[in-house]
Ligand binder design. Structure first.
Ligand SMILES: Cc1ncc(COP(=O)(O)O)c(C=O)c1O
Length: 381
């Protein structure tokens, strides 16, 4: 039975109860060792680096670390206040009114919003059915004379689908053959078993978006950016509004985290996988709940609750208010299938997963009960 939830600012509530909440709502990473980052920020604070502007183009050490991490030596590295800012800039710089961008539904819809702000529109291919990702054939069929860009988010938020190498190559070749731009958002790539960058298949037309929010557990410092060859980079970067540079403390944190990542990340990936397996195994016992994509190649996946007849927004609210567990209802990730699912991220400590595993079936049970009036009527019969 579906319960309709009154409006509630769930983020305000979660931040007001920050320390009591299990954060599984925004694909954040609570496993990356914090030592090097804390030291780097403390050092930068002690040196009062915040009193001066940063070196405006971005810390060269940070740029070099990013370039090395991706192995894209022919690219310029753009440093921004998160991948988000880079996504805004690149849509602004590369798209015009009437352009079309081939994308998916579900998707990370903030990018679609930026595309629309540039005057272009997205052509959303529905992918909430196997294989739960774009395929080269469908992308190819969707190309029209107005198509200007293909959006390839790999691994895909929210489903956790990853693209096989042959599909990345084929999609890059479609972009190249039709002289389109390819936006390869790689925010979650470190969580994948294997990941293929699109850039080497189409270097002149690919923009690669990177972030330290998820892999390095630095969502709060707001740091990310893009990689592109100089010609593309220059077209994008003239729209950079952050002309005096990105937060110095954030850049110091990112340098420390990227230096630590090669050694630190394998344990993060292992724990993330173990967590998702625990959820997967438990979900087998939850009636009317299914996992469309398993294993996820990201640090999130969706739990489909449509068969259970539960409203994801009501479930989000019940989990948050009555169990202190914060997941994200699907409506903000898909206009068509978002009413079917709730998204869980799981780069969390095992105790968080324990709380989730206890809370989720209880919340389902609460929401599956008939409302009191009906229950009374049934009892009186
Ligand atoms: C696919 C995708 N791209 C970009 C971002 C933004 O990342 P950042 O925190 O670097 O702005 C997110 C954040 O959730 C995301 O899911």
């Amino acid at each position: 039975m579906t319960t309709v939830a009154p409006p509630l600012d769930v983020f305000r509530y979660a931040h007001d109860h920050f320390h009591e909440i299990v954060w599984m709502s925004q694909n954040t990473n609570h496993l990356f060792p914090s030592g090097p980052v804390e030291e780097a920020i403390a050092k930068a604070v002690k040196e009062k680096r915040y009193q001066s502007y940063p070196y405006a183009p971005g810390d060269p050490t940070l740029k070099e670390l990013v370039r090395k991490d991706f192995g894209l030596t022919d690219c310029e590295v753009g440093i921004a206040s998160g991948g988000t800012e880079a996504l805004y800039m690149l849509t602004r710089g590369l798209l015009s009114a009437q352009d079309e961008v081939i994308a998916s539904d579900p998707s990370y819809l903030i990018i679609h919003k930026f595309i629309e702000l540039s005057g272009a529109r997205t052509v959303n291919l529905p992918i909430y059915a196997p294989p739960y990702r774009l395929t080269p054939d469908r992308v190819n069929e969707a190309v029209t004379p107005k198509t200007r860009m293909i959006l390839l988010i790999d691994p895909l938020n929210p489903l956790g689908s990853g693209y096989p190498k042959e599909d990345v190559r084929a999609i890059a070749e479609i972009a190249k053959d039709h002289k389109l731009l390819l936006l390869n958002d790689t925010t979650y790539r470190d969580f994948a078993d294997a990941h293929t960058l699109a850039h080497p298949f189409y270097p002149e037309g690919t923009v690669t978006v990177w972030s330290v929010s998820k892999n390095c557990g630095l969502a709060g410092v707001r740091l990310g950016g893009l990689l592109a060859r100089k010609e593309l980079y220059d077209r994008i970067w003239k729209y950079n509004t952050n002309d005096l540079g990105v937060n110095v403390l954030s850049q110091a944190a990112a340098v420390a985290a990227l230096q630590a990542k090669p050694k630190a990340f394998p344990a993060v990936a292992r724990q993330t996988r173990e967590n998702q397996k625990r959820i997967h195994d438990a979900a087998k016992g939850w009636k009317g709940v299914s996992l469309p994509v398993y294993p996820s190649q990201g640090n999130m996946f969706v739990l489909d609750v449509a068969e259970r007849g539960v409203d994801p927004e009501a479930l989000q609210r019940e989990l948050l208010l009555n169990h202190g567990v914060f997941l994200r209802a699907g409506n903000y990730l898909s206009p068509t299938s978002g009413k079917r699912f709730i998204r869980a991220s799981f780069s969390n400590v095992p105790a968080d997963i324990d709380r989730f595993l206890k809370a989720f079936p209880l919340a389902l049970e609460t929401l599956s009960r008939p409302p009191p009036k009906v229950a009374a009527a049934v009892a009186g019969r």
